[in-house]
Write a protein that binds this ligand. Structure first.
Ligand code: HEM
Length: 399
């Protein structure tokens, strides 16, 4: 089996489950060459991914969680000496995560539920009479960009513009014009600098104002630290949630028996269905760690400094962790999927994400029916984030 987990071509029709299967069975911790880099270990079994994600003493999130090392002077996720929380280790990471954690607890997320449901209605209202839409851009992508805008206290339309920038940031550089990724990051920072000025002048009850007033290690958060928080929050919650929704609807269309089962009791079955769609789509393809010392993993000797890459989509189809992993089973319980990661960096936005997903699925599935693809689905040319790039869809408004 030819293994290539770097080329965007391997992800052009969704995640490469045939490669994942072979790797899990034959080489669950496999050395993978990297044309312009040192190479990395690809980790594909659930138990090993789980171990690496939780074991921050052996596996570090520094200098980056992307496979490619930061270019000197222009680090991904870094700004001069400053780092993004996603790329820190405890105890530094713990101190930064504490600054925003309160906004993302289950009770805090629940307080947003009514508003999120109202947004879901507004989003479907905008397309319902047309009988067709691009489900990715017009429906699935709207929700996370609105929610992040509301969290940060920004106009909803700005959320939509910021979300377009994240899409560029997550696209493989080889699929973009030269410099486009960096330009998108700079635009994001330019916008966030405006937010700093606005929220300092007129602080409000929103996360941006709260962050600007925060202290870490007894000192005020500096502007570059705010910019990196801003980039992380806009980046992390946008295309992940969108891809879950679009990839999830596609999975329902491809599995009519499962779709029918869900519709027979949507409210009662949404809970297990959502978790199964998370397992099935696994929107985040990988996170990288770097070995802090020599360590053994899955029978392989990892050396200090080696890159170790966790493939969440592969772990989520591991037969050692799931019965009939290749079947979409919306009633699956238990479902120990790892689509949100685990350990100190486990997705901070997962409670909000679940509320967004439920609100959108409920709204879409109760108001739209007879879904039909108007063109073949094209997938994002990315080896990091998985989902349909566009999904032109015809549908019938329900009664
Ligand atoms: C379906 C939707 C989503 C998926 C699949 C997802 C997945 C992930 C994954 C895999 C990680 C890394 C976990 C690890 O390294 O163990 C992560 C981290 C993170 N996510 Fe999400 N996410 C989603 C939605 C969101 C939303 C809506 C937000 C915010 C509103 C968010 C905010 C974050 C943040 C801030 C981190 C970094 C946490 C840290 O470094 O401590 N995510 N997410």
């Amino acid at each position: 089996m030819k293994i290539d987990l770097l080329s965007p071509a391997s992800f052009a029709a969704g995640q490469p489950h045939d490669q994942y299967r072979w790797l899990r069975e034959h080489a669950p911790v496999k050395w993978h060459d990297e044309p312009n880099g040192s190479g990395f270990w690809a980790v594909t079994r659930h138990a090993d991914v789980w171990t690496v994600d939780r074991d921050f003493t052996n596996y570090s999130s520094e200098p980056t969680i992307m496979i490619q090392d930061p270019l000197p002077g222009a680090g991904q996720g870094g700004l001069g000496p400053y780092k993004m929380m996603l790329m820190m280790d405890p105890p530094e990471h713990t101190a930064f995560r504490k600054l925003i954690r309160g906004e993302f607890t289950l009770p805090a997320a629940k307080l947003r539920e009514d508003r999120i449901q109202a947004l879901a209605k507004q989003i479907v209202d905008a397309v319902i009479d047309k009988g067709e839409c691009d489900f990715v851009g017009e429906v699935a992508g709207e929700m996370p960009s609105f929610v992040i805008a509301e969290l940060m206290g920004l106009p909803l339309d700005d959320g939509r513009e910021l979300y377009k920038l994240t899409e560029t940031i997550h696209t493989a550089p080889e699929a973009l014009p030269p410099g486009a990724g960096t330009a998108a990051v700079l635009k994001m920072f330019e916008y966030a600098n405006g937010v700093i000025a606005e929220k300092r002048a007129r602080p409000a009850d929103d996360l941006a104002s709260k962050l600007l007033a925060c202290e870490v290690d007894g000192r005020r958060l500096e502007d570059p630290e705010f910019l990196l928080f801003f980039l992380l929050l806009v980046d992390a919650g946008g295309d992940t949630t969108r891809n879950l929704l679009a990839g999830g609807l596609l999975a329902l269309m491809e599995n009519p028996d499962q779709y029918a089962w869900l519709m027979a009791d949507l409210a009662g079955r949404l809970d297990t269905a959502r978790e199964e769609l998370l397992r099935w789509t696994s929107p985040v393809i990988y996170m990288r760690r770097t070995a802090r010392r020599d360590v053994e993993l899955g029978g392989q000797q990892i050396r200090e400094g080696d890159k170790v890459v966790m493939y969440f989509g592969a772990a989520n189809r591991d037969p050692a962790a799931f019965e009939r992993p290749e079947a979409l089973d919306l009633a699956r319980r238990p479902n120990e999927h790892i689509a949100f990661g685990t350990g100190p960096h486990g997705c901070l936005g997962q409670h909000i994400a679940r509320i967004e997903i439920d609100a959108m699925l409920a709204e879409v599935l109760t108001r739209m029916a007879d879904f039909e693809l108007a063109a073949p689905t094209e997938w994002l040319p990315s080896n990091f984030i998985s989902g349909p790039k566009a999904m032109p869809l015809r549908f019938r408004p329900r009664g």
